[in-house]
Every structure is written in C-alpha cells, then in structure tokens.
Design a binder for this molecule. Structure first.
Ligand SMILES: CC(C)(COP(=O)(O)OP(=O)(O)OC[C@H]1O[C@@H](n2cnc3c(N)ncnc32)[C@H](O)[C@@H]1OP(=O)(O)O)[C@@H](O)C(=O)NCCC(=O)NCCS
Length: 211
C-alpha cells in the first residue's frame, strides 16, 4: 500500500491529486489539488508535518522528510511546499520551505530550515545549506548554491508551464490507473452456452465388425 497512517496521523490527499502506486506517503501529510507524487518517491511525515500545495509535482525518486522536536531543534521542523512547484527527479527536501512556482533541479538537496522564496530555479545537483534563504526571482546553482543571475522572462514563464505540464501528465496517469484496475478485475467471462440439442454421439468401433 502506498499511503499509510502513522500513529494518529493519516495522509490527507485531495481527490484530484495523483499518488503513484509505487510512491510512499506516510503520516501527517497533506497533498493539495492536482498535485502529483511520482514512482519511488517517499513523503514521510512521521515526526513532523509535510504540506504540499496545489498543482505541485514531486518527481520520481524524491525523498521528503522532516526534523523531530528535540533540544537541538525545539518544536521540530516541518517541510512546507507551496503551489505550482516542480520538484525534479531524485531531490531531497529535508525540513525546509519551498514557496510557489519554484523549480528544484534534479538531484538537488535542500536542507533544514532553508527557505526558497517564490519563483526560484535551483540547478540540478545543487545543495542548499541549512537555514539559507534564496531570494525570489533568481537562478541558484552549485554546492553550496550561489546566486547566479535573475531569471529571464522565458524562464519565469517556464515555471508556470512546467507546473501545468505535470498537471496534465498526472491526469493521463490517473486515466491509465483506472484502466489498470479494470484489467486486474476483469468482468466475469460468460460461460459458453451449450447447444440446445446435443449432437448424437457416433461411436465407431476400433475393430470392424465381421459378419
Ligand atoms: C542551471 C540550469 C538552469 C542552466 O542554466 P543556464 O544559465 O542555461 O546555464 P548554461 O547552460 O548557460 O551554463 C552556464 C554554466 O553553468 C554550468 N551549469 C549548468 N547547469 C549546472 C548545474 N546544474 N550545476 C552546476 N553548474 C551548472 C554550465 O556548465 C556552464 O558553465 P560554464 O560557464 O563554465 O561553461 C540547468 O543546467 C539546470 O540545472 N536545470 C535544471 C533542470 C532540471 O533539473 N529540471 C527538472 C526536471 S523535471
């Protein structure tokens, strides 16, 4: 099963959202309208909460977790992800905040208490260190990330396009999931109707009769 409660918390998933059967969502997690969680992603809200807004995609192999309450982190730290965010393949988001219309490049790591303001692109493979705040409207790349330049108009447009594109794609996958259910639970096959009058049996003797 890909959606599991943890202690008193059960994930709340909007009916229009898509959670692939090969993804895992646990505990105190909310997933908003038209968002999507792709295969092999793990969203584990066991020791703090995870909130994912609307039209956000969490792509294959991404891990989202949180930090627990302790004297090292009083109150713990949730992970908050806004609306229209594209989280690329194999990203790690740990106890951080990602605001609306961001693109988190493939394989990036965003660490505790980092805040990515709205409309930021983070290059593939980048690392955002703990507590760092990324300014809205910029491209950040590297490990640790550095601010490279303001995003161009085209790149800003792409952030919106990317969210819409994944919204459409998850609808296609939801449709396929419906037909897969039908394939694994096929309608019963009607038994063949026997002929109304059975054909007379003609029995031939193996050895011809001698008169
Ligand atoms: C960073 C990125 C946006 C490209 O930005 P760009 O300004 O077009 O970069 P360019 O291709 O012009 O390259 C500029 C420099 O940055 C380097 N560079 C590009 N991407 C980089 C990355 N992710 N990390 C480190 N350096 C990178 C290039 O090698 C180039 O270096 P050079 O000047 O020494 O030759 C893009 O490479 C990227 O990482 N996109 C993320 C894509 C993604 O993961 N999408 C999610 C999939 S759904």
């Amino acid at each position: 099963m890909s959606i599991r409660p943890f202690e008193q918390h059960t994930p709340h998933i909007h009916p229009t959202a898509y959670v692939d059967t090969a993804a895992l969502v646990i505990g105190d997690v909310e997933i908003g309208q038209d968002s999507s969680i792709w295969p092999m992603s793990v969203v584990r809200g066991d020791i703090q909460s995870i909130r994912i807004g609307a039209r956000t995609s969490i792509q294959d192999g991404t891990i989202i977790h949180v930090t627990h309450d302790s004297r090292f982190c009083p109150g713990g730290q949730p992970t908050l992800i806004g609306n229209d965010v594209t989280v690329g393949h194999k990203v790690i988001l740990h106890a951080c905040t990602i605001e609306d219309f961001c693109l988190i490049g493939m394989g990036a790591i965003v660490m505790d208490k980092a805040v990515v303001r709205s409309r930021v692109t983070i290059g593939a493979g980048s690392v955002v260190p703990p507590g760092k705040v990324l300014e809205s409207g910029f491209l950040y790349v590297g490990s640790p990330v550095k601010q490279i330049r303001p995003l161009t108009e085209r790149e800003l447009e792409f952030l919106e396009y990317s969210a819409q594109n994944y919204q459409r794609l998850k609808d296609r996958h939801r449709a396929m999931a419906g037909s897969a259910d039908a394939a694994s639970n096929p309608a019963p096959i009607k038994p063949e109707v026997p002929p109304a009058t059975p054909k007379p049996r003609t029995r031939r003797s193996a050895t011809p009769k001698h008169r």
